[in-house]
Design a protein around this ligand. Structure first.
Ligand code: PMP
Length: 436
């Protein structure tokens, strides 16, 4: 008889016929997801899963207030941003109010995705400095457009980049103190010394630095925290060389850290340009760049800037509703409390299961790095994939990240409950106890 699994297999086949080979897919036997509610997903058989990867639905799936606002705005006015309407300034002001008080981050440009935000940030930095070179860290993902892909340095996401990377990108070493060039405590100084050498070399080659771009916590690597003082030191060096500092907060920003609203606040720095996206619309596509007026105004030297749907009546209404709901649902506090509980639980597992090399992250951006040997940090990628399949069977959606695909990425909707967090830890415990 025709089973749900046959139906899912048919759907996979249908996709394979019409999709590009490069389009990502997950799982050997992917569930057909039909709906979402809070931090749960439900498939076509009525099976519910705990969604531990969805940082786009930051508020949780199916938030009724966002649906109501989008519905009302679609019936009232859904147009591009060419006209004068109140919500654009209101939303922009609300976003700016989230920035540190002592910063000059006073200007907003709205687009529709993280890739667009990174692309625009690079253009802004190049326009404001009159320079071209952008320093990006190794093993990063920043998007799919020409410019954001050029600074995407992860060999996993961009395997041909070595041959095709434009000459305005300089790739600097990634300060990963768990498995990078320098490991353990006291690695900040050598990583910063290498960055200083890079900047000097670039200057010697007449490639003056326009910008330094990185995630404030290494998201693609699985939520790896930067060595203490690294970001402050890097920003100081780049500024001394006349460059600007771009913080990509698409993944790690927007309350997810719990103890701070933005990732860069963890390092006590203030960027010149901030890129944001994913959770801004809770599933509705919104992206943005926040910078100072001085930098933003430099864009005028390159002509006009206009995005049809960026900053539309609809995205502003949705964006405002998301910000309101974040406060009303007290989600940053929840990210801090449940994130700490989850990290404790996962670190408890690490004490009993040698496959867990280290638990990365902060708040509700965590990464469980699986290794075959804690000394050599040999990545356990096949094990990680199999563990994700097994967790799916047990009703938990977790996927892998890092260019070694050996880190379980944990970035659930911020409404995750203590009960679900404990359940996920229990299920991972069970799977790891099955022997690897
Ligand atoms: N920057 C970072 C750090 C990201 O993780 C992503 C998406 N994973 C992007 C930018 C690109 O965002 P989008 O997929 O919305 O274009």
């Amino acid at each position: 008889s025709f089973t749900q699994q046959d139906e899912a297999a048919e759907e996979v086949e249908r996709r394979n016929r019409i999709f590009a080979a490069a389009q990502e897919r997950y799982y050997e036997h992917p569930p057909q997801i039909q709906r979402g509610w809070r931090h749960h997903l439900v498939d076509t058989t009525g099976r519910a899963y705990i969604d531990m990867v969805n940082n786009v639905a930051g508020l949780g799936h199916g938030h009724p207030k966002i649906a109501a606002v989008a519905n009302r705005q679609l019936r009232t006015l859904a147009t591009n941003s060419r006209f004068l309407f109140r919500e654009l300034a209101e939303y922009s002001e609300a976003l700016l109010a989230l920035m540190p008080e002592d910063s000059d981050l006073d200007t907003v440009l709205l687009v529709n995705s993280g890739s667009e935000a990174v692309d625009l940030a690079i253009r802004l930095a190049q326009a404001a400095t009159g320079r071209r070179t952008v320093i990006a860290l190794r093993e990063a993902y920043h998007g799919w457009t020409m410019a954001s892909d050029a600074v995407t340095t992860s060999a996993y996401d961009n395997p041909f980049a070595l041959a095709t990377r434009p000459d305005w990108v300089h790739v600097a070493d990634v300060p990963n103190r768990f498995r990078g060039t320098y490991r353990g405590e006291g690695t900040t100084a050598p990583y910063l010394a290498d960055l200083a050498d890079d900047i000097e070399d670039l200057q010697r080659d007449d490639r003056e630095v326009a910008a330094f771009l990185c995630e404030s916590i290494l998201g693609n690597a699985g939520g790896v925290l930067l060595p203490e003082g690294y970001l402050a030191g890097a920003y100081a060096q780049v500024r001394a060389a006349g460059g600007l500092c771009i913080a990509d907060e698409v993944q790690v920003g927007f309350g997810r850290m719990g103890s701070s609203f933005w990732g860069f606040e963890q390092s006590g720095v203030i960027p010149d340009i901030v890129t944001i996206a994913k959770p801004m619309g809770n599933g509705f596509p919104i992206g943005g760049v926040i910078t100072s007026k001085r930098i933003a105004d430099a864009l005028a030297t390159q002509g006009q800037f206009f995005s049809s749907a960026g900053g539309s009546t609809l995205s502003c209404a949705v964006g405002l509703a998301v910000l309101d709901a974040m406060v009303e649902d007290d989600l940053q506090r929840n990210a801090r409390d449940i994130g700490a509980r989850l990290a404790d639980g996962l670190r408890g597992l690490a004490a009993r299961h040698p496959l867990i090399g280290v638990v990365h992250g902060e708040g509700l951006y965590l990464g469980v790095e699986l290794v075959r040997d804690r000394e050599s940090m040999e990545p356990a990628a096949t094990e990680a994939a199999a563990i994700c399949e097994r967790l799916r069977e047990l009703g938990v959606i977790v996927l892998t990240t890092s260019e070694r695909s050996n880190v379980l990425k944990i970035k659930p909707p911020l409404c995750l409950t203590a009960q679900s967090a404990d359940h996920v830890v229990a299920m991972l415990d069970r799977v790891l106890s099955e022997g690897w």
